[in-house]
Design a protein around this ligand. Sequence first.
Ligand code: GAL
Length: 995
Amino acid sequence: MRLPYFVDPAPSEGAVGSRATGVSDAPGLSLDGHWQFRLRPDAGDLGDAFAVEPFPAAPSTDAGWSELPVPAHWQLHGHGSPAYTNVSYPFPIDPPFVPDENPTGEYRRAFDLPDDWPGLAPGPQPGGRTLLRFDGVDSCYRVWLNGVALGHAKGSRLAHEFEVGHLLRPGRNTVAVRVHQWSSGSYLEDQDMWWLSGIFRSVTLLARPEPALDDVFVRAGWDHTTGAGTLAITTCGPGVRLDVPELGLHDADPAGPHVLPGTEPWTAETPRLYEAVLHTDREQVRLRVGFRTVAVTDGLLTVNGRPITFRGVNRHEWHPEHGRALDRATMLADVLLMKRHNINAVRTSHYPPHPDFLDLCDEYGLWVIDECDLETHGFEQVGWRGNPSADPRWRDALLDRIQRTVERDKNHPSVIVWSLGNESGTGDNLAAMAHWCRARDPERPVHYEGDHDSGYVDLYSRMYASHEEVDAIGRRAEPAPADPALDAHRRDLPFVLCEYAHAMGNGPGGLSEYQRLFERHARVQGGFVWEWIDHGIARTAADGRRWYAYGGDFDEPLHDGNFVADGLLFPDRTPSPGLLEFAKVIEPVRLEADPADGSLRVTNLHDFRSLDHLALSWRLEDSDGRVLEDGTLEVPDLAAGQACTLPLSAGAHGSPVRSAPAGSWLTVSAVLAADEPWADAGHEVAWAQLAAGQESRTGALSPAPGSARGGARPGVRPTARPVVDDAGQVRVGPAVFSATGALGELAGLPVAVARLDVWRAPTDNDLGGGEQSLARIWQRAGLDRLRHRTVSAAIDGDGFTVRTRVAAAASDRGLLTTYGWREQDGCLRLDLTVEPDGDWSGLALPRIGLQLAVALGCAEVGWYGLGPGESYRDSRAAARLGAWSSPFEALQTPYLMPQENGNRSQVRWAEFTDAGGRGLRVTGDPVFDFAARPWSGAALAAARHPHELSPDGLLHLSLDLAHDGLGSASCGPGPLPEHRLHPRKDQLSLLLSPV
Ligand code: GAL
C-alpha cells in the first residue's frame, strides 16, 4: 500500500531541481502578505476542495477561516501552541509514521498577475517558464495553483520550486497550500528548538525567461603564492557572457578559467567582494564574487594559505515574536552584533539559514559552516534503532537535503565548510551525503561531528569536550578512535569544537582557558559557543510586564524546560554578560601592560589583517575614576600573528605606569581608527588594564586601598568600646545587637538578617548533570537549609564577639563562625572568620559571605571595583576596574530562569542609597564581592520567571569573600579545579557605615 505523501520517507514530488539563488532582473512577484488560513486537527481525509473550488474574498469564519500572515508560524498567531523538546520526539518513535493528531494548516490566497508577465502577452509567446518558490515551510506541504495540484515537499529549511507557467492566467490566480505539522520529515528535524509550523519564509513567483540563467556555480579561488584570483563559472546553456568590470572582464566566457593577477582575496576579516554580472539575451544575474581558497593542508584548515581560528557561535534563527520567521533587519542585527563582539564565525545550527543571512555574512565578513537541515537525535533514546541515517529507505531523503543545501548556497564565499547535519548518529546515508558533497564541490571540506571516528569527514569535531581533552587533542595525543584503522587519518585532521561553552543562564565559565588552548595548539582551530540567542517567546503578564516563555509554559505534556534559553543574547537581543565576556576573551589584539618595566606587549591575533585599521590610546585614572592623564600610542606595524613590545612613556609625568600615583590604574584601548561597515570609528576592539601606581607593582586587578570615597581606613582614630544600654542591647558604633548577638539595627536601618551564608540560588550550570549536579550535591549537604547555633556572644575587649556553629539537619559537619564586631572610625567593623568543622572533603561551597538584609528602599548603587557588569571568578575577563554606579534594578541580570546573578567582584567600597541619598556604605579590607537584590536568595531560587519576583521591601545584600566558579555544566564540564571554592579557614573583613 502506498503511504500518504506526508508519511512516505521520499523527499518531494513535483518540485524542480534545486539551484543557486542569484539576483535576476527577470520579473518576480512576492506572494508574502495575508493569506486565508484555517487549522484542521488532523491530516486525515481532507479532500482538496479548499484548493480547487473558487473561494470567496472573505471566507466564512464558521468554516474556521481567518487570516494569517506569510511568512509566519501559525502557533505564534493563536492557532495551536508552541512546544519545546530538545532530544525527545514529541510523538512516538514509529518511523516513518506520525500520529493521527496532526495539525494541518490550509492556506490560500488570490493574486493578480501583472499584465506584462512574460508568457502572457498576446501574440507570439515569448516562451519561458514561471516557478513558484517556497523558501521554507515546516514541515511538509502540498501545493495547488488555480486548483491544480503541483506536488509536495519536505525539508522545512530548504527551498523548493514548482513549475507553474502552464497554469497561470491573466489577472486573478489562486494558490493554495496544505501544511502538515508532522511528517516523515519531522524524524529528520529533531533539532533542539521549538516545534513551530507553517509557511515561515517567503513565497515568490519567478518568471524564467528562455534561455534562463537558472543555476550557476561560481568557483573563485585565490592563490596566496601569486596573489592571483581564478574565476570559473559554470552556467547552464550556451550564450552566457560575464562582466566583472573591476577585474577587466567584459563579455567574457564565464567558464574561463580566468586567471586574474592582483585580485584582492575575500576573508572574514577583509570581505572583499567583486560585482559580477552574467547575462544572456533575456536575463541578467548579479553576483558578488569573493576570491578565496579553502584547504586542509598538513593537518590544518587554511584559507588562502593561512590557518584560521574560529571565534564562533552556533546560530539558530530566532525572534521572540516571530520565531524562525526572520526579517532582514533582524538578520543584519545579528551580523552587526557578532562583528562588534569580535565573533568571526557562525555554524548555522542546525539547518541552512534564510538566504539573506549568508548574503550578509559575505558582505560583512563571517566564516560560515553551513549545516544541512538534519537531526535525528531522538533515536538515541531507543539505542539508535531505526535511525534514518543508517536505513536505506531514507537515503534519498538525506541526499535530497544535502543537495538542496549545497546547491542553494554554493556561491557564497562566506561558506567555507559544509556540515551534514547534527546529532544524527552515524550510518551509510551520512557517508553518502559526504561523498556527494565532495564530488559536487571538492573545494570545501565536509564536517559532521557525529562521525566520531572521522571516517567520512575532513575535520575532527567534538562538542563540549573538557579543557583537558582539548589539550590532549591539541597535542595529537587523544585516544585512538573506535575503529583503530582510522587512527592515522583522524590524528592528521584539524580539530574544531563545533559546540562548547554552553551559554545557558549565568555563565559560561572557563572561556579564557579554552581560548588559551586554541592559541597554544595549532591543531585546535577554535570553536563555536552554544549558542547565539535564547529562544524565549515574548509574553505579557497581567500587570503588563513582558516576559519570555520557555518549555513547559504552553502546558506541553513533554518538554525540556528552559534548556531552550541558552544563548549569548537575551531573546530581545540584549547582550548577556556571557557575550561581553566572550568578546573580551576572543579579542583579535592582545594588549598586555607590564608594570615592571612600563611596557605594552601587543599581539596581533588576526589571521590576515594588520593593525592599521586600529588606533591605540591610554588613560590613567585615580581610584575615583578621575582621568589623570591620557594619550595615544603609535600603532605598531604588525602583520597577523606577530607581536611586539612598546614603551609606555607619554604625557607630562613620563611613563604613566611607573610614575603614576599610588592606587591609580591604566587602561589601554584599541579602537577602530575609521568607520568600518559594521561599526563606527572609536568602537573598542580590545583593551587591557593594570595597576599603575608606585605601590602596585604586581599589576594584579584588585583595587588598591586609599580611595577618597572609600572613607574608613583602619586605625585612624581610637576605637569606641561596645556599650550595653538600658534595654540590655549591645551598641557597637552605628549598630545595635541583641544580647545574644543578633544585629538588629545598622546605621539607623532595621536589620532583618545578618549572618553567614554559603548557598546561592542555583544557576543553570549548578543544576547541570542531574543527580551529580553541584546543586544536588549542595542540596544533599543541606547548604540551602543551614541552622545557626549561637555558641557565645560576649564583649571582648574592644569588640563584641559572637561565635556560632552553622550546620545542616542530619549532618555532623559544620562551619565554626566567629563574628568579630567592633567600632572603627565611626563604622561597624566585621571580621568574619569561617572554619570547617568535621568532614568536608570533596565538597566545594557555592559561596562564603555575609547575608545582610536591611530595611532600605534602595534606589542607587555606587561602587569601586570590577564592573560595570556582573562577574564571577571564572568569567571576569570583561569586568574593568573603575568607579561605577547603577540604578538598583539594573544590577539584576534577568536570566529567563531566575538564578544567582549580579555579582560584582573585587570591590573596595559600595554604597547603597535610597531616593533621598541615605543608606549604607560597605568598605572592604581589602576587597569583597557583592550582589544586591530586592528579594531573598530563596525567592530568587523559587521563581520560574523574572516577572514572578517582587520586591519584599528589604535590601538583600550578599557580601562575599568568594564564590564557586560557574563552569558550563548545563551541558559540558563544570568549573575548573582552580575555580572551586573548597572550605578552609578564611576571613572576610568589612566596614559598615551610614551614608
Ligand atoms: C548539543 C546539540 C545542540 C543543543 C546543545 C544543548 O548536543 O547539538 O543542538 O541541544 O547540545 O543545548
